[in-house]
Write a protein that binds this ligand. Sequence first.
Ligand code: GLU
Length: 427
Amino acid sequence: MSEAFNAFEMVQKQFDAIADKLDLNEAARDFLRNPLREYHFLIPVKMDDGSTKVFKGFRIQHNDALGPAKGGVRFHPLETVDLVRALAMWMTWKTSVVDLPLGGGYGGVICDPHHLSMREQEMICRGWVRQLGDNIGPLRDIPAPDIMTYSQHMLWILDEYETMHGRKYPGMITGKPVGMGGSLGRTESTGYGLMFTVREALREMGIRPDTTTASFQGFGNVAQHAIKLYNQLGGKVVSVSCWDQKTHSANAFTKPDGINLDELLKISDRFGSIDIEKAMDLGYEILPGDKWIEMECDILIPAALENQITMENVDKIHPRVKIIAEGANGPTSPEADEVIKKRNIFMLPDFLCNAGGVTCSYFEQVQSNMNYYWSKDEVLSKLDVKLTTAYHKVSELARKKKLYMRDAAYMIAIDKVVRASKERGWI
Ligand code: GLU
């Protein structure tokens, strides 16, 4: 990530451009270009070696006009308050564009789980929720997993919250383990949701998925499940890239006939890092750096971190690429976005394309609140309906008004939140 990159400035810039297009008044702009509430706090943790370490934690609620705030909790050493602000704002647009009765929030802790034991991570989770007290909860703000947080972390947070409040609140958090209030299909949901939108885009373009190829950046939960569904649709993945913890570098793994998901899953760790030597034994070619973006393919899928397609590499995108599907939040810089727009590459913007996770989180919350759970097929078919409907709403507006897909998605999402804030008499 370049030092100059600030995700919050980027998301504000994107908001300002749409605010002009929607001709929003000053109050609406002031109200929506900044978060409604922010919590910053310290979490002291007794480490396994007997020392005490102090971690910095956040929860930021950008907007809750449409319903309780909703969004992930990220554990990452490069977490910053501005990144959390940006992610909280994106969550507001994400829940709005897929028509969920939820607002947007985000949180996190500056830490690196690669160097923390499970007990230490548990203490961070419990410390995080203790600091938030009543400021989160099923009717207020509902956290979920994000980068380097998983169902186990969600359960620790829930357990501490329930202990604090002396009652059971299964709808207080989502992404819980199945059997402990989690929803079937939640693990697959972000990757599957991404592929539902790609499938619809291909259908509108008159292209059969089984004639296409794709290159992925990232091999975490989102990419793994998107690849699974893409393969089922007949698509071939020409390369996946991931971060190598040992060499501190990114590498793309390629095979002429396409990568094999099952064999790569067997040789990757829980953070989605593929073992280089074992991959070489299996006949993979390893290409260092950001080669994933240069691959000759039809679909590019950045599914790792923010600010990955920039002015430094956007010109390397192969002329064959027809679709970019943003699995990550904020993977494209605004300048690179302009280049993509001019090149007429079809953009599936992050807050639409990766909204499958929060949509399934919403289904999980509904199930948890009822304490009655649906089958996996029921969850995934409801997910398909939600994502496909949202995709077509955005694509129809884009076609009608000759807009870039990102702008069309923003217009729908922002307009809805502005209207809700007005109807409540806030602005
Ligand atoms: N962290 C995921 C996202 O960025 C899921 C959020 C949620 O389920 O609330 O969309």
